[in-house]
Design a protein around this ligand. Structure first.
Ligand code: URA
Length: 203
């Protein structure tokens, strides 16, 4: 149940800045709130901020964000109209020398951070939510989800929320073989085209 005093993105940001709901706030530089129009028709949910996002305080501004931006544009969508956020709002990492290596959030952290995602959903009220990867899908479905089984299909939950699951763009960055990479990128763009078509049909 969302907090009664958090009714705007501004009040939400303020509340998120003081988040201590799980231990991740201790080592991160700052919380990374969702970003985009408060009346966006579509919300994209990633996993958690990466190194660049942690430093900038903004979601998807690093390498995965650049892949996402390119795919969004190729799918005929406009990022400035999308509310972009993450399932987990603080960067989880392991120090390795001078570098900070990304560590996957665990179920406890995802569950504790759903509180913020629920506020974002209650304020923005998107027609469609796109889950980018397994962590986002885990948060939105409240259970583990096998991406390969559900990707590319718009599913409606009991509360009427429409969800579309696809891969996380950082998966594309990890593919070494150029042909595989290109094929997977095209599949990602196709999934985002389904998002564009769903929004166009709802208009
Ligand atoms: N990966 C994510 O899941 N979110 C970001 O904001 C950046 C990278």
């Amino acid at each position: 149940m969302p907090h009664a005093e958090i009714t705007t993105l501004a009040t939400l940001r303020e509340a998120e800045a003081g988040c201590t709901r799980c231990p991740l706030y201790r080592n991160a530089t700052q919380v990374v709130p969702g970003e985009g129009p408060s009346r966006a028709k579509v919300m994209f949910v990633g996993e958690q901020p990466g190194n660049d996002e942690d430093l900038a305080g903004k979601p998807f501004v690093g390498p995965a964000g650049r892949v996402l931006d390119r795919a969004i544009a190729e799918a005929g969508l406009d990022r400035t109209t999308i509310f972009v956020t993450n399932a987990v709002k603080h960067f989880k990492f392991e120090p390795r020398g001078k570098r900070r290596l990304h560590k996957k959030p665990n179920t406890y952290e995802i569950d504790r951070c759903r509180w913020w995602l629920e506020h974002e959903r209650a304020i923005v009220k998107p027609e469609l939510i796109v889950a980018l990867g397994a962590t986002a899908a885990r948060s939105l479905f409240e259970r583990p989800v096998v991406i390969a089984r559900v990707r590319g299909n718009v599913v409606e939950r009991e509360d009427g929320t429409r969800l579309l699951v696809t891969i996380h763009p950082s998966y594309l960055l990890r593919i070494v073989d150029a042909r595989d990479k290109a094929a997977e990128y095209r599949r990602f763009v196709s999934d985002l085209k389904i998002c564009a078509e769903t929004l166009a049909n709802a208009a």
